[in-house]
Design a protein around this ligand. Structure first.
Ligand SMILES: [Zn+2]
Length: 118
């Protein structure tokens, strides 16, 4: 399957690639939201019906969406099983972020093509 040419389709493929490479405490789902539904945020993760739902503002540029997906997927990897709140961008988040960033940016993940259902 070739790399998708449309912005949002390509970001969905990148998300599938991340799912194939990195574990998260709950399965992740990706959705794109309009400015009105974005709650004033460019991207966020929430636990929704047993899944970690990643929401990204669909009007962002392709490059920005890639950066946001790396960031929000790292939050999903860092999602706490514990009741005690953890800092949003604590040390474990940093480890997750560096793993995804390195695989995607430095080790050619950005070139990968993955089948995904949409
Ligand atoms: Zn964050």
């Amino acid at each position: 399957m070739p790399r998708a040419r449309k912005k949002l389709d390509r970001i969905r493929q990148v998300h599938s690639w991340m799912q194939s490479r990195f574990r998260t405490p709950h399965p992740t789902v990706l959705r794109f939201v309009s400015p009105e539904a974005s709650e004033g945020s460019l991207g966020f993760v929430e636990l929704h019906r047993g899944k970690l739902r990643i929401s990204l503002l669909k009007t962002c540029t392709h490059q920005h969406l890639q950066d946001l997906l790396i960031h929000e997927y790292s939050h999903a990897m860092d999602w706490s099983h514990h009741r005690a709140p953890r800092p949003d961008h604590g040390p474990h988040f940093g480890v997750c972020y560096s793993e995804v960033y390195r695989a995607y940016i430095d080790e050619g993940g950005w070139k990968e093509s993955y089948e995904c259902k949409w």
